[in-house]
Design a protein around this ligand. Sequence first.
Ligand code: ADP
Ligand code: ASP
Ligand code: MG
Length: 442
Amino acid sequence: MLVYKFGGTSVGSVINMNHVKDIINTKGKKIVVLSAMSGTTNALVEISGLIKVKEVSQAKHKISQLHHSYKSTVNDLITDKTLRSEVSSYVTSIFDALLDAASQPHSTLLHNTIVANGELLSTFMFSRLLQQEGLKATLLPALEFMRIDRTNEPDNFYIKQNLERLINQSQDSDIYITQGFICLDAEGQITNLQRGGSDYTATIIGAALEVEEVQIWTDIDGFHNNDPRFVNNTTALSHLSYDEAAELAYFGAKILHPQTVMPVRSLDIPLRLKNTMAPNAHGTLITNQIHGEGIKAIAAKDGITAIKIKSVRMLLAHGFLKKVFEVFEKYETSIDMITTSEIAVSLTIDDTTHLESITEELEKFATVEIDDYMSIVCLVGNQIIYHPDTPQLFQVLQDVNVRMIAYGGSNNNISLLVNSSDKLETLQKLQRYVFEGTVVSV
Ligand code: ADP
Ligand code: ASP
Ligand code: MG
């Protein structure tokens, strides 16, 4: 068994859905995880936002616009009359429910129910496309097996049991299609695995079924050595280790949801990234093997808040750090970077939900300074801190205002904290120096 996951662009048009159909039309059983068509989840988030601020007529207008575009996709995609009428009725039922939701009081559950529709739509349409083409395909509703627990971790036992039960119910199928991203919470309410979460769905399923390989099909030919949205001349990496990929994903490489690697790493299941638009390109193979040395790739994560906590005494007293960490632990807020000096500790967080309470508690024994709109630029590679070229890296940063550096926390990662306004320049300079061999004159 293999797991294939196709992202928003891969299912974003009739042409691309047909590409996907061709890619999965091979021998062997497979699970196919789909995202919503590109743009749909954003539109649903916007609709939910309009409902929240009681802009009911604007919300209904947006819903009708989206329905209109789905109607034309269905017409182009499904030519069989019976199937087309079945898909049209399904699509209409989803949009009727959305129109109904527009007049309801807003809540988190309503929001999650609204944004779940993107994946429900894409998988229904795609499953009927496969049936139209005579493929043995079954739709497995993710909300009948995918569940997270009270700590937001996948409920692996429940997932495995229910997924196997559903698969056994339709054993003569070759292709099992399911929704990425959406799941139930511990109370059985609809929730999701956060934006970009379909990647994570794919590896959770891969681990539950202990498959041979999980393939993430997207709109680029693999994991690039820098963020192609901000930097020119990035190149695809043919291999990455689980640790490298996990670190890059955690630190902002959008190609993978931050948690994607976790479920497959412990079971040693290969994770392959492929391009739906160029299926013959090698892509990136992620395994426990380490390839190459030195700086391999760079990623950046925005929305970082830096907190400088200064001991009110002249020196960091014994037990000071323990007290600091206890505050973050109490509010379940994880720390990304940390550096200490004689009298202060600087750290970064990306979740500011409890920042006010955290600050209040810290101020009982320290002075606190907060800077937001920061970004972490993360350089990853095998043993990079020992590589002879690495120390020269700092040359390139002479005119970038680096607020913090984490060097040596792990042998495979160097992190720089910069103002978000300096991120682009930092990424571009690092690209030229690290991968193009040019030291930028400063
Ligand atoms: P999908 O909808 O298929 O999940 P995403 O948009 O979530 O696709 O992820 C693919 C995109 O991630 C690419 O088009 C690219 O712009 C962006 N990206 C950011 N960093 C990287 C990187 N290091 N390598 C490849 N793509 C990256
Ligand atoms: N559709 C969801 C999103 O846009 C999940 C995904 O694409 O992975 O975030
Ligand atoms: Mg994605």
